[in-house]
Design a protein around this ligand. Structure first.
Ligand code: AP5
Length: 218
């Protein structure tokens, strides 16, 4: 199964990709998470990506394409769900070309639609666990104990690019460089829109409703 979830920052790509990965036993390939790991490990790629990420701009296509192609090659036979990639038309083209070498491309493209006001509220309230990667929201999805991860008791942290100023830049970058990816896919295959303003469980139920038939087809 090869599924891609598109959407603005804070649309819930990470939240729903994690649920899809758990439900269908596929890999969750998040370009943002991989970049943050590279930064934490102090790799060459992490150092190159740092200033772009902190400013809410995109990391150059060549670096991302190489990083994500490597991750896709290592994915299990069950497949993967892509989170945060492709994020430019160039990245989508390269992905399609590399998939065409083996099969007929992505099985499903899902587009999470969310309002800008909701994005700001969600992202500034997001907290995550630096140990296991679990994501919470101070109001919408709080941990059982304030500021502590339910899974492993680690203190939760806020991402450095989750300030209001950087979120506004990320949104601007989204509309300029990433929204055209939705148009790119729409000219080639069905794109399934989901209302991502609704609560996470309702949005997840709609995502599963779209993806379930893929499992039955295989
Ligand atoms: P990345 O980490 O991909 O950030 P993003 O796209 O801005 O997306 P987010 O992770 O902020 O949001 P999300 O949609 O995953 O929402 P989440 O589920 O966490 O990228 C970071 C940076 O890396 C980029 O700015 C760029 O510099 C670089 N980069 C990454 N990929 C790249 C690429 N391909 N090319 C170039 N550069 C790249 O949810 C947000 C919050 O809301 C959480 O607290 C969650 O609990 C809550 N929430 C989610 N859904 C709901 C709901 N339905 N109801 C209530 N609360 C909800």
């Amino acid at each position: 199964m090869k599924v891609v979830l598109l959407g603005a920052p804070g649309a819930g790509k990470g939240t729903h990709c994690r649920r899809v990965a758990d439900r269908y036993g596929v890999a969750h390939l998040s370009s943002g998470d991989i970049l943050r790991r590279e930064r934490a490990e102090g790799t060459e790629l992490g150092k190159k990506a740092q200033s772009f990420m902190d400013a809410g701009a995109l990391v150059p296509d060549d670096l991302i394409v190489e990083m994500m192609t490597r991750a896709i090659r290592k994915a299990p036979a069950a497949g993967y769900v892509l989170d945060g990639f492709p994020r430019t038309v160039k990245q989508a083209e390269v992905l399609d070309q590399s998939l065409a070498a083996y099969d007929d491309g992505m099985d499903m493209v899902i587009n999470l639609l969310v309002d800008d006001g909701v994005v700001l509220e969600r992202i500034t309230g997001r907290r995550s666990c630096p140990a296991c990667g679990a994501v919470y929201h101070v109001k919408n999805m709080p941990p059982k104990v304030d500021g502590i991860c339910d899974n492993d008791g680690t203190p939760l942290v806020q991402r450095p690019d989750d300030t209001e100023e950087v979120v506004r830049n990320r949104l601007e970058t989204y509309y300029r460089q990433t929204e055209p990816v939705v148009g790119y896919y729409k000219t080639r295959r069905a794109v399934h829109d989901i209302d991502a303003n609704q609560d996470a469980d309702s949005a997840a139920a709609e995502v599963f409703q779209k993806v379930d038939p893929l499992v039955k087809e295989k």
